[in-house]
Write a protein that binds this ligand. Structure first.
Ligand code: ATP
Ligand code: MG
Length: 112
């Protein structure tokens, strides 16, 4: 199993959710986060003066899937989340050692 951790633009959640529904992933956690990438934030201009916001609101999606499904899920997220502008986000894939469905005690991929 692997955990796919995707930082995306909040405005892209609906598209990403729809793409994931097509793939019928077991579950997902969504968290409001703030972060920065290689631009270290974003610069705005307001009434002639510029100011920088270092930490930009993003959504963090966490999805645990069997390893053999990781590639298609990552591809679906990337396709649905991309606008082509800086700040589109990032995806990390992290190994997961164990999973348990608390209600039934099922373990491993069966718990997803
Ligand atoms: N190396 C990293 N480690 C952890 N989180 C990161 C990392 N890079 C980006 N993030 C997270 O992803 C969000 C979006 O990053 P962003 O898309 O701006 O990446 P980038 O590398 O600057 O690419 P781009 O040049 O397309 O903007 C950040 O706000 C942060 O939450
Ligand atoms: Mg960036």
């Amino acid at each position: 199993m692997v955990k796919i951790e995707a930082m995306i633009r909040p405005q892209r959640l609906e598209e990403v959710e729809a793409a994931l529904r097509e793939l019928s992933v077991g579950g997902m956690t969504v968290t409001e986060v703030r972060g920065m990438g290689q631009q270290r934030g974003v610069t705005h201009t307001y009434r002639g003066s510029t100011y920088t916001v270092n930490l930009v609101p993003k959504l963090k999606l966490e999805i645990v899937v069997p390893e053999e499904r990781a590639e298609e899920v990552v591809d679906a997220i990337v396709q649905a989340a991309r606008t082509g502008e800086v700040g589109d986000g990032k995806v990390f894939v992290i190994p997961v050692d164990a999973a348990v469905r608390i209600r039934t005690g099922e373990r491993g991929p069966a718990a997803l």
